[in-house]
Design a protein around this ligand. Structure first.
Ligand SMILES: Nc1ncnc2c1ncn2[C@@H]1O[C@H](COP(=O)(O)OP(=O)(O)OP(=O)(O)O)[C@@H](O)[C@H]1O
Ligand SMILES: CC(C)(CO)[C@@H](O)C(=O)[O-]
Ligand code: BAL
Length: 279
């Protein structure tokens, strides 16, 4: 039976029991509004660990737009039913006050890998993510934590501070789950109207085309400029970035001479979508 816990004290008691029995604990951090992408992380955690904790916490400190925070979908009852069916042991869904009690005054800032792309477009976002994820590691004492590659930069930020702070948790990055037409599953997809939903798969398609062109020796600037044009023609209103970066550090690269990642963020129908693929 899955337990729903709201306080750190309850969670600690539960985890202490597991640890004294030598159980390996897996953590899947989420903001809820669960879809098959999240459930794929849960299934990986179930395969890799004896006990699985899923957290649902819409973390206010990582939202740089109050409107985005307010509109973020919240579907806890449905989420809880899905997680129970997957055999999750604990759903931890704390309040904002439980996570950030009076007097809370610490921030985890990861330099370098946080600076560009999402970090540049959403100031403060990765401080919020790194701080809350570090707290979730402390709260759950997880042995392994599962993150989606859809949020590639977030995955690299988490790996960086875990290494830098010697946090004893293994970070597992899981493949991006996509709709049949290529659109990466995301909680924000529910905000797409019918036309935008039909046009949105162009993001993945255009990125795939750009990756092929780069692999074939195409000029970087020309290829990225073409991809921007293609996205605007496909119905996107705005391309915030489409860029080729070093896989782990996300440092800029000027020519393709090893593994790299193509990452993009673009707006369609008033919804901001992100995606990334290996090159
Ligand atoms: N399509 C997907 N495939 C694999 N993992 C995913 C996918 N979408 C989200 N995740 C992962 O699920 C975890 C929780 O993400 P989150 O709750 O923010 O969902 P989301 O769908 O990314 O929502 P949004 O992008 O709208 O904030 C993150 O590690 C994220 O990378
Ligand atoms: C990792 C996370 C749960 C931290 O709030 C969030 O950034 C997310 O859902 O990807
Ligand atoms: N999925 C990353 C969390 C966010 O967009 O705030």
């Amino acid at each position: 039976m899955m337990q729903i816990l709201r306080t750190v004290a309850e969670l600690r008691t539960r985890v202490r029991g597991w640890k004294s029995d030598g159980k390996q604990v897996g953590l899947v951090p989420t903001m809820g509004a669960l879809h098959e992408g999240h459930l794929s992380l849960v299934r990986s955690a179930k395969r890799g660990c004896d006990r699985v904790i899923v957290t649902i916490f819409v973390n206010p400190t990582q939202f740089n737009s109050p409107e985005d925070l307010e509109k973020y979908p919240r579907t806890e009852d449905v989420d809880a039913a899905l997680l129970a069916r997957e055999g999750v042991d604990v759903l931890f869904a704390p309040s904002v006050d439980e996570v950030y009690p009076a007097g809370f005054n610490t921030r985890v800032t990861v330099s370098g890998v946080s600076d560009a792309l999402e970090g540049a477009m959403r100031p403060g976002h990765f401080d919020g993510v790194a701080t809350v994820v570090a707290k979730l590691f402390g709260m759950t004492q997880a042995d392994r934590a599962y993150f989606g590659q859809k949020d590639w930069q977030q995955l690299q930020v988490v790996k960086r501070f875990v290494a830098d702070l010697n946090i004893p948790v293994e970070i597992v990055g899981c493949e991006t789950v996509r709709e049949a037409d290529g659109l990466a599953l995301s909680s924000r997809n529910v905000r797409l109207d019918a036309l935008s939903r039909a046009q949105a798969p162009a993001l993945y398609r255009v990125m795939g085309r750009a990756a092929t062109a780069l692999r074939d020796g195409g000029d970087l600037d020309t290829t990225l400029a073409q991809a921007r044009t293609d996205l605007l023609q496909a119905g996107f209103e705005k391309v915030e970035y489409i860029d080729l970066r070093a896989t782990s550090t996300l440092d800029p690269i000027t020519r393709l001479d090893g593994p790299a990642r193509l990452l993009a963020a673009a707006w369609i129908g008033g919804v901001r979508l992100i995606d990334n693929i290996p090159v």
